[in-house]
Ligand binder design. Structure first.
Ligand code: FMN
Length: 274
């Protein structure tokens, strides 16, 4: 049997489970004082390399939000599960101007591209500058920001995902009870699922073109995953017509790919399946 639940304030936490990323956001106030607070309402936004962004949701009267509105900069630090106590310390309602980090074991280090500090103990860090702020009426402040730098512990870069997941040991936020007791999970059992292709996936030979494609452009098309080829053929041919080209060349293909943020690095990632 299912039961409809009355939707009340804090529904997202009282009844609904949202396993979440735990981050500590560091900012500076107008006077240059450091502030830190945990934030989970955070997602990757533009995922192409052309415009890598994050979207973050804040209580509008939080110190972090006010500082971000004033200075336009912040750092997203992801602590490992071994720092959950310190993370919770930064959640306490300290008065304005107090640096919560002084009550923790976190070490502040200079960031590469922005003024607020980064946290040394956090294995993954994103330095951000604000693009747009949306203040929802009587609700959240949404910040859309460009990632200026992604900084990770050196040894993580060459690890496979499974080893990296275990080494970073990022906690999973499981929500609170009455805004007093916060639950967190850690990575225990890890499962892996391979995506694969659907049974009726478009095969290389099924890529029907309506214009002439030169050899080089066709080679590039074959690097696109089969399910995406139909869409890529259509947009590339439209682009060629717009440019008054009668043959789709590698130049047309690359131009269009670039305009949607698919630089050669991304294309290589598609090709290699990496
Ligand atoms: C794990 C965790 C995640 C949180 N995520 C958010 C969030 O995404 N948005 C928000 O407004 N508050 C969130 N909070 C509450 C703020 O961290 C809390 O209000 C804090 O005191 C704000 O600090 P500040 O005023 O220094 O920014 C979260 C708290 C915890 C413990």
């Amino acid at each position: 049997m299912k039961k409809e639940i009355k939707i009340k304030p804090f529904w997202y936490s009282d009844i609904w489970l949202f396993p979440k990323l735990i981050t500590i956001i560091t900012t500076l106030d107008k006077e240059g004082n450091v502030n830190a607070g945990p934030y989970s309402h955070i997602m990757q936004y533009d995922v192409m390399t052309k415009n890598p962004r994050m979207i973050v949701g804040f209580r509008q009267d939080s110190h972090s939000f006010v500082n971000i509105c004033d200075t336009g900069e912040f750092v997203i630090n992801c602590p490992s599960a071994s720092h959950l106590d310190d993370m919770m310390e930064t959640a306490k309602f300290y008065p304005e101007g107090v640096n919560e980090l002084e009550f923790t074991k976190f070490t502040q280090i200079p960031s590469l591209k922005v003024k607020p500090p980064s946290l040394k103990e956090c294995p993954q860090i994103a330095e951000c500058t604000v693009d747009e702020i949306v203040k929802l009426e009587k609700s959240t402040g949404i910040v859309i920001a460009t990632i200026q730098a992604i900084v990770v512990d050196e040894e993580l870069e060459t690890m496979g995902r499974e080893e990296r997941i275990r080494t970073m040991n990022l906690p999973i936020g499981m929500g609170d009870e009455a805004r007093q007791d916060y639950y967190h999970a850690t990575v225990g059992e890890l499962t892996k699922h391979r995506l694969g292709q659907p049974k009726n996936a478009m095969q290389g030979a099924d890529a029907v073109t309506n214009m002439e494609w030169d050899k080089e452009a066709m080679k590039m098309l074959m690097n696109v995953p089969p399910p995406l080829r139909k869409m890529v053929i259509q947009s590339t041919e439209e682009h060629a017509v717009e440019k008054k080209e009668v043959v789709v060349t590698s130049k047309v293909f690359t131009e269009l790919a670039k305009s949607v943020g698919m630089d050669p690095e991304v294309m290589e990632r598609f090709r290699s399946g990496g």
